[in-house]
Design a protein around this ligand. Structure first.
Ligand code: AHR
Length: 491
């Protein structure tokens, strides 16, 4: 018996913001140092201003719309002035959140913003509220964005950059309920108002987008307090954090998960749907016009696997389990495109659900990289609402997840994920209103859920052509193999 999915085209249906496909790079483990940044003086690994060329190339293929930096928890200990000016004058600091390692500040604001420029990505700077000052943040805005004469703009020029970068996205603290200062929602709302007051006015015509540090998972009180206590003209977005955190007790490598852990991983990942729905309900109550966006600026799978610490803090292997997590979560974001306007996968290189792993001069693309590549077709496309009639269940979880869109060239794209580890899934997609004549697609899967791309076998999990979709009289029939992700394209 096939599962029937209705896919329709509705006028007024939202555009899926390309920023849902954003990334996050923190000073954590080997994400920046020994990861994307190998230093300008490195003669072995080809690089541009110290950033690996192979990573730049791989990221360009993803059309990365935005990149968040420098944290994470690190952001609320980071003093940006330490990372500009002559490298030999920069202080060496302790990364007190992530392993207590020392950093020489050789990667700083210029490196990051130039990298974003090279990638064609909007930078998203996460500012220090927990241990910083309002003045420090104002100075950063002025340094990156002011094009006239001012102490900070002049300093930027002295440091070799004439034109301002015009940074639009600014995070006002990170996880201020935890590592960003252990604040109450009420206290942070007040602090936020203070910071947000002074941020605009330095950037000429550029709109400065102020992002409040939002709730963790189901902390609805946090969202309600921000929406109630902060005037909406001071706050362009609130940023939720939600990881599929599992397996904290596992002392083996993160690929050694069993059926039970897989189930728990999916149970956690699918909670995103519930959290996003409920946070949006609160936002709708206080802001029916939809002026304040919901961002999810940290998400992904998080498995604590001690032996992998040798590869840097929070390094983990990325398998078909991660394909299932990324596919279902991105479908949730697409389907809530009316309010969800940005999301950032944590983290880009060598940390958590990374899209890229490095080992000295080697670099590989993880299975999650391929999901982001397959899903990039949804960037700035119009959402096509989909309705699943009688979903199949995998131990009480909905086994099929779907999202669909029509891009600006008129092509439709349908993303389908079958999280059932063992059972193939017959599906019928009713697209009778969409005027589609041809259909093709790609599938991402592997024999075992635990399969991954290694430095010895970097192509083990890669997308393959999918020929199993048949289009007849406005209906597409296909069988989605167990633990597989498919993206169909029609025109
Ligand atoms: O991404 C890793 C950490 O997770 C970030 O530093 C923090 O914001 C979150 O708790």
């Amino acid at each position: 018996q096939s599962i029937v999915v209705q896919i329709t085209e509705e006028s007024g249906s939202p555009q899926i913001s390309k920023h849902i496909y954003g990334h996050f790079a923190e000073h954590l483990g080997r994400c920046i140092y020994e990861g994307l940044y190998v230093g300008e003086e490195n003669k072995i690994i080809p690089n541009t201003d110290g950033v690996r060329n192979d990573i730049i190339e791989a990221l360009k293929e993803l059309n990365i719309p935005n990149l968040r930096w420098p944290g994470g928890c690190f952001a609320d200990t980071y003093h940006w002035k330490d990372g500009v000016g002559p490298k030999e004058d920069r202080p060496t600091i302790v990364n007190r959140w992530w392993g207590g390692t020392t950093e020489d500040n050789s990667f700083g604001t210029h490196n990051f913003l130039n990298l974003c420029e090279e990638l064609g990505a909007e930078p998203y700077l996460s500012a220090n509220v927990g241990s910083g000052t309002v003045q420090e943040l104002i100075d950063w805005v002025q340094y990156t964005n002011h094009d006239g004469i001012s102490p900070m703009a002049d300093w930027r020029r002295e440091n070799g950059r004439e034109e301002p970068w015009k940074v639009k996205y600014w995070g006002v603290g990170n996880e201020t309920w935890g590592c960003g200062g252990n604040m109450t929602a009420e206290y942070y709302a007040d602090i936020y108002r203070q910071y947000a007051t002074f941020m605009p006015g330095w950037s000429g015509e550029t709109e400065v987008y102020r992002i409040a540090s939002g709730a963790s998972e189901d902390d609805y009180h946090w969202t309600e307090t921000l929406m109630k206590n902060v005037p909406h003209e001071l706050m362009e977005a609130v940023a939720l954090h939600d990881y599929a955190v599992i397996d904290w007790s596992n002392k083996g490598p993160s690929v050694n998960f069993d059926d039970e852990i897989y189930f728990k991983s999916m149970e956690q990942a699918l909670k995103m749907e519930e959290y996003v729905t409920k946070h949006i309900e609160i936002m709708d109550k206080y802001d029916p016009e939809g002026k304040v966006d919901l961002f999810v600026d940290e998400w992904g799978g998080w498995y604590d696997a001690e032996p992998e610490v040798k590869n840097g803090v929070l390094y983990q292997q990325n398998t078909i389990r991660d394909v299932m997590i990324a596919g279902t979560v991105l479908n949730t974001f697409n389907n809530h495109a009316r309010r969800v306007k940005m999301a950032n996968l944590a983290q880009m290189v060598n940390v958590l659900q990374a899209v890229i792993l490095t080992d000295e001069e080697k670099m590989i693309k993880t299975p999650t990289y391929h999901v982001m590549h397959m899903y990039k077709v949804h960037q700035d496309a119009q959402l096509l609402p989909s309705k699943i009639d009688k979903n199949k269940m995998f131990r009480g979880l909905p086994a099929l997840s779907v999202s669909a869109s029509r891009d600006q060239a008129g092509k439709i794209h349908i993303s389908l994920v079958n999280i059932d580890p063992e059972n193939n899934m017959p599906v019928e997609l009713d697209i009778s209103g969409l005027d589609i004549k041809n259909i093709n697609g790609q599938v991402l899967t592997s024999d075992r859920l635990q399969d991954y791309n290694s430095f010895d076998d970097p192509e083990k999990v890669t997308p393959k052509e999918f020929k199993g979709a048949k289009l007849k009289k406005g209906k597409i029939s296909l069988v989605i193999p167990a633990h597989s992700l498919i993206v169909l394209q029609g025109k």
